[in-house]
Design a protein around this ligand. Structure first.
Ligand code: DC
Length: 238
């Protein structure tokens, strides 16, 4: 049923960027699973750093504390077969649930503007993508982390659709929240993510834009699989 890449296919890097709550992560995960690729959630890495900073009271104005904390952090992903998902680990502990909570969501943009944090995460993301066969989602994957990615996708959706999507996602995780809280969180993050000095969120010139406001999840996934297939075919014929 699934469209697993064959041995002849080149193991490409697929970069999926866009605003929060456009459906990037769920789409990226499904595309990776159907192609037999590895999925890397770069947002989860910034969330993991944020969780560590919060739990260890790291002062965001103090460069020494930030540098020390970054040295103490190890982030890995492991596939949970029962849940059928990749989960994020911080220094060996599973933090997948903790990093989705609002205390982290409300702080993560402030942590991800810090140049030292970005540089450490970008280095790690490049190591994780070595060898290809990777779908990585985030804000700056196609512009900064992998400017040479063989396929770049930029996902968008109108604000209402994004609020709706995030509301359903949090409710299904048992988080009680009002739509006003979600609106405020998304609007603030949009502003910080797209105006920060280092690697702001922007569409790479050669990225394919997909507006997910009025298409189904399956259509989103199919669209990217088709783009990936044709890219892999062109590269193996080159
Ligand atoms: O995709 P997400 O909502 O889990 O990302 C959490 C935050 O991390 C987001 O507000 C911006 C930041 N981020 C980033 O700056 N660069 C990335 N490549 C991925 C996420």
């Amino acid at each position: 049923m699934y469209d697993t890449a064959t041995d002849q296919d080149k193991k490409i890097i697929i970069a999926i960027d866009g605003y929060s709550a456009c459906g990037k992560s769920s789409t990226a995960k499904e595309v990776a699973s159907r192609l037999g690729f590895t999925y890397v959630d770069s947002g989860a890495m910034y969330r993991a750093v944020t969780l560590y900073f919060l739990d260890h009271n790291v002062d965001l104005e103090n460069q020494q504390q930030i540098a020390k904390a970054l040295k103490e952090i190890t982030i890995t992903f492991k596939y949970n077969k029962a849940e059928r998902r990749f989960e994020t680990y911080l220094n060996g502990g599973n933090i997948e649930e903790d990093i989705r909570r609002m205390r982290v969501s409300n702080m993560v943009s402030k942590v991800s503007v810090i140049p030292e944090v970005r540089s450490a995460m970008v280095d790690l993301q490049r190591v994780m993508g070595k060898g290809g066969g990777v779908v990585m989602d985030g804000r700056d994957i196609g512009t900064t982390v992998y400017p040479d990615a063989e396929l770049k996708v930029f996902m968008t959706a109108n604000f209402e659709a994004r609020v709706d999507r995030r509301m359903r996602e949090l409710e299904s995780n048992g988080v009680e929240i009002t739509s006003d809280e979600i609106k405020e969180n998304l609007a603030t993050r949009d502003r910080i993510d797209s105006t920060r000095e280092v690697s702001p969120l922007r569409k790479a010139d050669d990225a394919h834009e997909i507006d997910t406001s009025y298409i189904t999840f399956e259509q989103q996934v199919q669209k990217i699989i088709e783009l990936a297939r044709s890219r892999m075919k062109a590269l193996s014929n080159a």
